[in-house]
Design a protein around this ligand. Structure first.
Ligand code: DGL
Length: 280
């Protein structure tokens, strides 16, 4: 009886979700939609963003600190809602943890394999994600015959953060970045950075309707649900109002984060707390 109660109490713990900043909110939003019973503790590393142009060692150190912070809350599982951190740090950190942890890359790769008909898949992301060739590693593990073409699009993150989601400047830059992928004849394009779903319509307009866009956020939330189910960790109890259902933490600029979050999430967030992540 006590053991059952303990398991129930554990399954009622939140899921930890982290990103270098606001981009991971696109993943959190999908989790809120697909598994509404789950509580979430979100951490955005707004003091140290961007991750996309930093080294593997630095991103692994940052990710480890965030995981320590989340474990202290505590959480029952962790989602690395950042492509760069998933590419660089996930494998190493997974070995050190006794709770489940998933990233966004494996789920995105799986959908792309299912979606492509001509066997040519494009990946856009940060310099770190594209340079690591992690998407092609996962895709080719499932199907070695698929060709994967990567293109780093470093200006997309600041454009999204400036709110230029539908703007001629973003169109112009997207045309420059994407033209070689159009010429290569890909039929599937992975939005391999958590910010990019916010400019999905711009990317879609330029790639044309024959190219399927893959947003790993949807599949990541689905994979999280399956994982929690398998581990007996799905929260069966609907959290009540005032239950701190969704909590947000950042390493800097909490008000700016809050405003951005409220433009993405359907759930209105009242506050984001700043913590000193270097202490973890
Ligand atoms: N969240 C990061 C990613 O998905 C993009 C922003 C950054 O460079 O930190 O790779």
């Amino acid at each position: 009886m006590t053991v059952i109660k303990e398991i129930e109490a554990f399954s009622e713990l939140p899921v930890g979700v982290f990103d270098s900043g606001v981009g991971g909110l696109t993943v959190a939003k999908e989790i809120m939609r697909q598994i509404p019973n789950e509580k979430i503790i979100y951490f955005g590393d707004t003091a140290r963003v961007p991750y996309g142009s930093k080294s593997k060692e630095t991103i692994t150190k940052y990710s480890r600190q965030i995981v320590h912070f989340l474990q202290e809350q505590p959480v029952k599982a962790i989602v690395v809602a950042c492509n760069t951190a998933s590419a660089y740090a996930l494998d190493e950190i997974e070995k050190e943890l006794d709770i489940p942890i998933i990233g966004v890359i494996k789920p995105g790769a799986k959908v792309a394999v299912e979606a492509t008909i001509n066997g040519k898949v494009g990946v856009i992301g940060t310099e770190g994600t594209v340079g690591s060739r992690i998407y092609s590693t996962y895709i080719n593990k499932i199907n070695p015959r698929i060709t994967v073409l990567g293109k780093a699009c470093p200006l997309f993150v600041p454009l999204v953060e400036e709110g230029l989601w539908q703007d001629p400047v973003t169109d112009e830059i997207a045309i420059r970045y994407l033209s070689e992928l159009i010429d290569s004849g890909i039929d599937t394009l992975i939005l391999g950075c958590t910010h990019y779903p916010l400019i999905r319509s711009t990317v879609g307009k330029i790639m044309g309707e024959k190219v399927t866009l893959v947003n790993p956020a949807y599949e990541t939330a689905k994979e999280l649900k399956e994982l929690l189910e398998m581990e007996g960790l799905l929260n069966k109890k609907t959290p009540e109002l005032g239950d701190n259902r969704y909590q947000f933490y950042v390493s800097d600029m909490a008000d700016k984060f809050k405003t951005f979050a409220n433009s993405i999430l359907e759930y209105g967030i009242l506050s984001a707390k700043t913590i000193h992540i270097e202490n973890y």
